[in-house]
Structure formats: C-alpha cells, structure tokens
Design a protein around this ligand. Structure first.
Ligand code: R5P
Length: 315
C-alpha cells in the first residue's frame, strides 16, 4: 500500500546534489538525509538516515560523469529504499545517458539502454521520471511506469523573451526533425534541417546540406543533447556559410565531456549555447546559458505524489 498522502521524500545521490536540493526546496522541504559513498575497496555504500517506511520516495540521479558509477549508485540507493520498506520508489533520471545505445544497428553490439532499464526495474524502481530522451521509444525499455518530461517550454520561453522576429529553428540531423519542429511551433518559427553524417562510431561529424530557408535569419540549432559539440560546431559552420545572421545552439542536456565545452565556446560561429541544468556543468562562460529545471521536476513530483496529471503541465 502506498502512503502517498504523506508527501514525497527526496533523496539525492552524488550525481547532481544541487539539482536535488533545488527540487526539494521547490517542494518546500529538505532532502531526506542519506550517506552515499565509496569504501576504500571501491564498493559503493548507501545508508538512508531517516525512516522511509511506506513513503513515496523520489531518488534524484541523472547519469552524469562518472556515468557507470552514478548508475551503480542509483541501483544501490533503490535497493536501500526497497529494503527500508519504501511504499513507492521513483528513479528521477533527468538525463539518461545510455539512451543512444538503443538498437542493434551493427553486428555484435549491445542494446545497453535496455540493459540499464532492466537493472533499474530489477533493483526495485516502481516508476521512472526522465526528460527529453534521445528517442521516446526508450520509454518502452522499462517495465516500470515512465513519465518523460520535456524542457521544450523552458527553452522556448527563453528564446521568446528575446523578442526576435527572424528565428529559424534548425535540426542538426534528419533524426531530430520532429523535436525541432515541435520547438519551431512553440516559437512560431520556420524549420530547416541539416543533413548530417556520423563517420564510424567515433564523434566525427560531417554536414552535407541544408534543407529549408535560413538566409539572413537568426538560427537556433536545436537538439536533445550536446555531447562533444561536433554536431553543433559543424552545423554552425554550414549555417554561417549559408548566410545566417547569428547561430544560437540549444539542447536540453549539456553533456560536455573532456574540455568539449571550451571547444564549443571558442567556436566563432556560435553566439550563445543554451542548455538546462539536467546535468551538473562546472565550466562556466558568458556564452553559456544554463536554464533551471528544478521547478518543473518539483512540480511533476508533487503531482505524481498527489495522483494529479503530469501531462497537464505541458498543455
Ligand atoms: C545524437 O544523435 C544526438 O541527438 C546529438 O546530436 C548528439 O548526441 C550530439 O553529439 P556531439 O555533440 O558529440 O556531436
């Protein structure tokens, strides 16, 4: 029996403590105290320091770097909550890293997204809350209930507030067309698409063509995530070659491994980089704008706890 009348409890792993605190603060409470650390032998240990028996527990843990450690930590936190008799456990994973490994598109490769989903469900998560998955179908990897939230309204209002009337939203590849079209609709802007080709399994990107009118417009290159920035840098170059006025790059998730943020920031073609704080971003720059998602997640958690509609948040 789920004791959701008592309100949610928010527990944070080590992946993104600031986001977890901001969510708890939006809900109007402190984080539920927990010890989450590694022993000298590299084993992760978790102890929840407050009673969670029959409570509605939300564990906040995006798959930030180090990705595999943070996934393991999440699994162990879920196990600790389950063994502490939590009434219901929701894994809140604003960024789900392995979502890109979602199909067997080459011989002898894994579907790691599915594997991680199985681990999370087996550990004991009743529900999973995520945000702007690389592909919506990844929801189906989980047998637990999934709520996929979107940061599109947050990103859209940031650009609407600039009050430009010459936006064009550009998808950096054909696969992202629907996402970019939804974003363009929110801005009332036209859509263009870049034909991109990834070379091998590495991060090398080749842009080929632009489909649509971009000349003399302010372009927003829009994607689900910026990883190394290869896609955005190559996209910005071809946009500039096609006489775009300014290039803004925007995505829900800023992954930015190994100095890649510096590389994107120093790209002359890019005017501004806009992402959310679904992941912790350490290197800051005046060209980088980080939009908070804690209110959206906090509201979704409150609604889940009360049994109210989460979808209504996006109408
Ligand atoms: C992949 O298709 C995603 O939608 C992004 O385009 C990709 O993750 C970006 O990666 P990078 O920044 O390394 O080019």
């Amino acid at each position: 029996m789920k004791n959701t009348q008592k309100g949610p409890l928010i527990i944070s792993g080590n992946a993104h403590n600031t986001l977890a605190k901001d969510i708890a603060s939006y809900i109007g409470q402190d984080l539920t105290r927990a010890e989450v650390f590694k022993f000298n032998n590299d084993n992760t240990f978790v102890k929840i320091l407050e009673n969670v028996r029959e409570r509605d527990v939300f564990i906040i843990q995006p798959t930030a770097f180090p990705v595999n450690d943070n996934i393991m930590e999440l699994l162990i936190m879920i196990d600790a909550a389950k063994r502490a008799s939590a009434g219901r456990i929701t894994a809140v994973i604003p960024y789900f890293s392995y979502a890109r490994t979602d199909k067997k598109d080459q011989p002898r490769v894994p579907i790691t997204g599915r594997l991680i989903a199985d681990l999370i469900t087996t550990a004991g998560a009743d529900r999973v809350m995520m945000m702007d998955l690389h592909a919506g179908q990844v929801q189906g990897f989980f047998s637990a209930t999934v709520d996929e939230l979107t940061a599109l309204p947050i990103l859209a209002s940031y650009f609407i507030d600039k009050k430009y009337d010459d936006w064009v939203v550009v998808s950096p590849d054909i696969g992202g067309t629907k996402r970019a079209r939804d974003f363009a609709n929110k801005l009332g802007a036209p859509l263009a698409i870049i034909e991109k080709r990834r070379i091998g399994n590495k991060d090398t990107v080749e842009t080929l063509n632009i489909i649509g009118e971009v000349k003399d417009r302010s372009a927003i290159l829009f994607d689900d995530e910026i990883n190394t920035g290869g896609t955005m840098i190559a996209g910005s170059k071809i946009l500039k070659e096609n006489n775009v006025k300014d290039v803004y790059v925007a995505a829900t998730h800023g992954v930015f491994p190994n100095g890649s943020l510096e590389k994107i920031v120093s790209s002359e073609e890019i005017k501004e980089i806009v992402v959310t704080d679904s992941l912790p971003i350490r290197n800051e720059s005046s060209k980088l704008k980080i939009l908070p998602i804690s209110e959206l997640l906090g509201e979704a958690i409150k609604r889940t706890n009360r049994g109210d509609s989460v979808g209504a948040l996006f109408l």
